[in-house]
Design a protein around this ligand. Structure first.
Ligand code: GLN
Length: 181
């Protein structure tokens, strides 16, 4: 049974843990560096990226998180988790996330997105004060866009989406994480 960490400093980590259990994986809440050891994959959930970054600094998690990605461990960041991974924060994705990018009219919305690499029809995506991405390097593949803005990307072993798959019961991104991608 693979053990998948879910960063549990803040945000909706429990919804991810439920999906992981339903896929036969063992979730492990991660709050301190020792809990990152021997993980098969890691999820950085949605929530509030500024609060999450404070927790990462307080617990000394930045370097261990970078080491985990450098070791090739698959990582999925969703919404605030995508922001935490970007070039202005942990520097694990060669992108800049523009926070709360969709503006007042579109603060929260749902969309069906076709994601490159995800079979079985469109992904039901819940966007809540979501970012979009700018300044992508050539190392980053765009998997989906909304209004021309990248909202799902992959760079090596890091997968990041601007929406919440876990709130729509969407499990295929977690399945992708569990396959060696
Ligand atoms: N707006 C939040 C932030 O800037 C992200 C929202 C979310 O994760 N749903 O961190």
């Amino acid at each position: 049974m693979p053990t998948v960490g879910v960063l549990a400093l803040q945000g909706d980590f429990e919804a991810h843990a439920r999906i992981l259990r339903s896929l036969g994986a063992q979730p492990r809440e991660v709050r301190v560096p020792a809990e990152l050891e021997r993980l098969d994959a890691l999820i950085i959930p949605g929530g509030e990226s500024s609060v999450m970054m404070l927790g990462i600094a307080r617990e000394g998690l930045a370097e261990p998180l970078r080491a985990l990605v450098a070791a090739g461990t698959p990582v999925l960041g969703t919404c605030a988790g995508m922001i935490v991974l970007d070039g202005d924060h942990l520097g694990l994705l060669d992108v800049r996330a523009q926070r709360n990018a969709f503006g007042r009219q579109l603060r929260s919305f749902e969309a069906d997105l076709t994601l490159a690499g995800i079979d079985g029809g469109p992904v039901h995506a819940v966007f809540i004060r979501a970012p979009w991405l700018r300044e992508l390097s050539d190392a980053v593949s765009v998997l989906a866009r909304v209004d021309g803005h990248p909202v799902a990307v992959r760079q090596g072993n890091v997968l990041a989406v601007a929406f919440h798959p876990e709130l729509a019961g969407e499990r295929r991104l977690h399945e992708l994480l569990l396959r060696t991608f």
